[in-house]
Design a binder for this molecule. Structure first.
Ligand code: GTP
Ligand code: MG
Length: 207
């Protein structure tokens, strides 16, 4: 994907703030600190488009990023942050539900998990929810650079098993640090657009 423009449209907390147009959206879900915002920056070659932080819980809104004026990547607020109050947990649930349950623009939700850790109970819930609603169940495994090459497959196998992924389910390891997996991630995203009737790559080729 050739990135001509990437910009934040809005950080939304409620439905009325979501962009109103026909552009398709792909959303990234995952635990706080898993690397959702970093993955967005990697994909669009920008260091600071999506705000990242080493302290979990940075993204607490639904952040819509417009890419090439064609589609959006949506950075969902992370879950599983230990120090969150009960009321913020409820707010998180309502916000996620409002977006995920009824968003026509949304064509897929990718689940992100950290290669270093076995999926948590909440990861499993999120993943089964994603599948239940008929999304593809594509998993992006982040922070590949944190595990030595020889050890990686073992970690990937644990993730596949714990999330009960089938052999058809796509799992892609990436690193925002070493930039591994970036091209493959775009290939997957392009394919998702294509099967949903949006061929942005072909439009590029025509121009
Ligand atoms: P929330 O906004 O809290 O939900 O977190 P997030 O999922 O957006 O995570 P974020 O992108 O802010 O990254 C969290 C921390 O992990 C930051 O310190 C990043 O620099 C680091 N990080 C993200 N991706 C990678 C990676 O691929 N490799 C390494 N080594 N660090 C990474
Ligand atoms: Mg974030």
């Amino acid at each position: 994907m050739k990135i001509k423009s990437a910009e934040i449209v809005i950080s939304a907390v409620k439905r009325e703030q979501y962009p109103e147009d026909e552009k398709p959206e792909i959303a990234f879900a995952g635990r706080s600190n898993v690397g959702k915002s970093s993955l967005i920056n990697l994909l669009v070659n920008r260091k600071k488009l999506a705000r990242t932080s080493s302290s979990p819980g940075k993204t607490q809104t639904i952040n819509f990023y417009d890419i090439n004026d064609q589609f959006r990547i949506v950075d969902l607020p992370g879950y599983g942050y230990a120090k969150v109050s009960k009321s913020s947990k409820e707010a998180w649930g309502k916000m996620m539900d409002a977006y995920l349950s009824n968003r026509k623009n949304l064509i897929d939700v990718f689940q992100l998990v950290d290669i270093r850790h076995a999926p948590t109970q909440q990861d499993k819930h999120m993943y089964s929810w994603i599948k239940h609603f008929g999304f593809n169940g594509i998993v992006i495994v982040t922070k590949l650079d944190k595990i030595k090459r020889g050890q990686r497959q073992k970690h990937l196998d644990i993730i596949k098993k714990e999330l009960q992924m089938t052999s058809d389910d796509i799992l892609l390891p990436v690193s925002a640090e070493s930039r591994e997996g970036k091209e493959e991630a775009w290939e997957i995203i392009n394919e998702v657009f294509k099967v949903n009737g949006f061929d942005f790559e072909a439009e590029e080729a025509i121009k």
